[in-house]
Design a protein around this ligand. Structure first.
Ligand code: AR6
Length: 170
């Protein structure tokens, strides 16, 4: 199980996996951060497909094709905005990971890469978010999912070190 989890410093748009996960907003119509990078790299066809999805509630996920990305699919999930921790943030962030992993397995995908959802402009405390990400992915694999690899794509060295430390605790 542990061997299926990997933290890597990478721009997620460069990864050749079955699906990369997008840290989107409820409109699914693009934005800044990793969302902007994914839309720029995938091309305008991605936005066209997203328009037909009618948005996505916080904590849930929707799947599209990957268009010009090396990844075959994009799973768009909407993380919670951090409001101090008493607004179901932890539960909603956990739900982002589980909903994305469920969609991946429903589509028989084998490899998936996650960014650190909610850890940018949405302001989630990094260490808490990393704990949730690793715990939910490890639990999902332990429950017998057919996924072969889950990559945590870290934008910078600090994030990579947080993920590696958390993975070492498994
Ligand atoms: N590859 C990997 N990680 C990245 C990349 C990249 N290319 N770019 C940024 N990150 P954020 P959020 C990291 O702000 O907090 C958008 O406007 C970044 O360093 O992208 O969930 C959406 O439309 C951070 O660790 O997502 C929403 O409105 C992590 O990805 C809102 O931002 C997430 O940062 C979502 O905010």
């Amino acid at each position: 199980m542990r061997s299926k989890l990997e933290a890597r410093q990478a721009n997620i748009v460069t990864l050749k996996v079955d699906a990369i996960v997008n840290a989107a907003n409820t409109t699914l119509l693009g934005g800044g951060g990793v969302d902007g990078a994914i839309h720029r790299a995938a091309g305008p066809e991605l936005l066209a497909e997203c328009r037909a999805l009618n948005g996505c509630p916080t904590g849930q996920a929707k799947i599209t094709r990957g268009y010009r990305l090396p990844a075959k699919h994009v799973i768009h999930t909407v993380g919670p905005v951090w409001h101090g921790g008493k607004h179901r943030e932890a539960e909603l962030l956990a739900s982002c990971y589980v909903s994305s992993l469920r969609l991946a397995t429903e589509h028989r995908l084998k490899t998936i890469a996650f960014p650190a959802i909610s850890c940018g402009v949405y302001g989630y405390p990094l260490e808490d978010a990393v704990k949730i990400a690793v715990r939910e992915c490890a639990n999902f694999l332990a429950a017998g999912a057919a996924l072969e690899k889950i990559i945590f794509a870290c934008f910078d060295r600090q994030m990579l070190e947080l993920y590696r430390a958390e993975l070492d605790r498994l």
